[in-house]
Design a binder for this molecule. Structure first.
Ligand SMILES: [Zn+2]
Length: 334
C-alpha cells in the first residue's frame, strides 16, 4: 500500500492546551506521526496540488484567518499560542470583527486547539498528504494511506477545534468528487464523532458520512453525533451516526461498523475515505473504548472486503507508545 507523509506537518507543535479546566501538555504531538512513520517503514512525499482543493471545502475567510491570526496575536502583544476564549453562541448574527479574539472565536468551537505561526504551513502540508493518497487511489491503487497529523474530522468549513484545522477527509472526498467520482462515502471510525465532516456534507446527497463513535451524551464533541442526526435537505439520509457506550469492545464495535458498511453498500460509492483513529484502543489516555491491537486487522479486513477503492486518512490516537503498532495492524488488514 502506498503511504504518504510530509515532514512539514510536524511544524505545528503547540506547547499546551486547555483541558478539563487546566492547561496541560498538548496531547496531539508530532511524536504521534514519528511513531507511525517508524512502524510503517516510511512514506512518500506528497505532490503539491495548491490551495484550490482546500478552498473546495473551506471558506476563504477561514483560510485567511488561519494565516493571519498568529501575526494579529503578536500585534496584540500576546506571547505564546493563540487560544480562543469567546464564542458567538448559536443565533448570533455574523459580524466582521477585526480584534484577534473575535476572529478566533468566530472560527472555532472550543479552546483546545492553539494556533501558532507554523499552523497554516503544517495544515497545508497535511491537506496535500490526504490529496496524495486520494489521487493514488483515483489513479488505480486499491488503497492508500495518508499519515495525516494534525487530525481533521473536527474541523468544519469555517471553523477549527479538537486539534483539527483542515478537514483532510472532506478535502479527500471533495477531490474525488471533483475528479468525476459521482458518489463518495466517508467511514469515520475514530473514537470521537467527526462533527466537522458531518457539518460539511450535512445537506449533500453525493457524499455519505457514516460514523461509529463514543456517545456524545458522555463524550466530546457533545453537540453532534447523536443517533437521530441523519442529514437535511438533499443530504437527508446521507448521514449515519452510530454512538456506542464507554467500554465498547471489538464485537460491538465490529457490529456497528458492519451496519455502517451495509448503509454505504446501499449508497454504492465509487470511492471510500476512511477516517481512521486509533484512540479506540484500550489504553488510549483520553478515550474509553477497549479495542486491542489484534482487533484492528479484523476491522480493516471487514472494510476491505467490500471492495471499494479506499483512501485512509489518519485521525486521532494519543497513546504514542502503542500508536505505531495499532496503525500498522490496521493497514495490514488491507
Ligand atoms: Zn478522536
Amino acid at each position: 500500500m502506498r503511504r504518504f507523509h510530509d515532514s512539514a506537518q510536524a511544524a505545528h507543535a503547540p506547547v499546551q492546551e486547555l483541558h478539563n479546566g487546566a492547561f496541560t501538555a498538548y496531547a496531539e504531538t508530532p511524536a504521534r506521526a514519528e511513531a507511525i512513520l517508524r512502524a510503517i517503514g516510511g512514506a512518500e512525499q506528497p505532490a503539491d496540488r495548491g490551495e484550490s482543493p482546500i478552498l473546495a471545502v473551506h471558506t476563504p475567510a477561514y483560510i485567511t484567518a488561519l494565516k493571519t491570526i498568529p501575526a494579529l496575536w503578536r500585534a496584540a502583544g500576546r506571547p505564546g499560542e493563540a487560544i480562543p476564549y469567546a464564542f458567538p453562541v448559536v443565533g448570533r448574527r455574523p459580524l466582521a470583527l477585526s480584534r484577534v479574539d473575535a476572529l478566533l472565536g468566530a472560527h472555532s468551537f472550543d479552546a483546545t486547539t492553539p494556533i501558532t505561526p507554523e499552523t497554516w504551513g503544517a495544515a497545508y502540508a497535511n491537506a496535500q498528504t490526504a490529496l496524495a493518497a486520494t489521487h493514488a487511489v483515483l489513479d488505480g491503487e486499491r488503497a492508500a494511506f495518508a499519515l495525516c497529523r494534525p487530525p481533521g474530522h473536527h474541523a468544519g468549513a469555517d471553523y477549527f477545534g479538537g486539534y483539527c484545522h483542515l478537514n483532510v477527509a472532506a478535502i479527500a472526498a471533495q477531490a474525488a468528487r471533483d475528479t468525476g467520482v459521482d458518489r463518495v462515502a466517508i467511514l469515520d471510525i475514530d473514537y470521537h464523532h467527526g462533527n466537522g465532516t458531518q457539518d460539511i456534507f450535512w445537506t449533500r446527497g453525493d457524499v455519505f458520512y457514516a460514523s461509529v463513535h463514543a456517545d456524545p451524551a458522555t463524550d466530546y464533541p457533545f453537540f453532534w453525533g447523536h443517533a437521530d442526526e441523519c442529514g437535511a435537505g438533499a443530504g437527508e439520509g446521507a448521514t449515519l451516526n452510530l454512538p456506542l457506550p464507554h467500554g465498547t469492545r471489538a464485537e460491538a464495535f465490529r457490529a456497528a461498523q458492519a451496519r455502517a458498511l451495509d448503509a454505504i453498500t446501499r449508497f454504492a460509492p465509487g470511492l471510500l475515505v476512511v477516517s481512521f483513529g486509533a484512540d479506540t484502543w484500550e489504553g488510549d489516555p483520553i478515550s474509553h473504548f477497549a479495542l486491542t491491537t489484534g482487533d484492528y486487522p479484523v476491522l480493516a479486513r471487514d472494510i476491505a472486503a467490500r471492495g471499494w477503492p479506499t483512501a485512509i486518512v489518519m485521525e486521532g490516537g494519543y497513546a504514542v507508545d502503542a500508536l505505531g503498532a495499532n496503525v500498522a495492524a490496521f493497514l495490514s488488514g488491507f
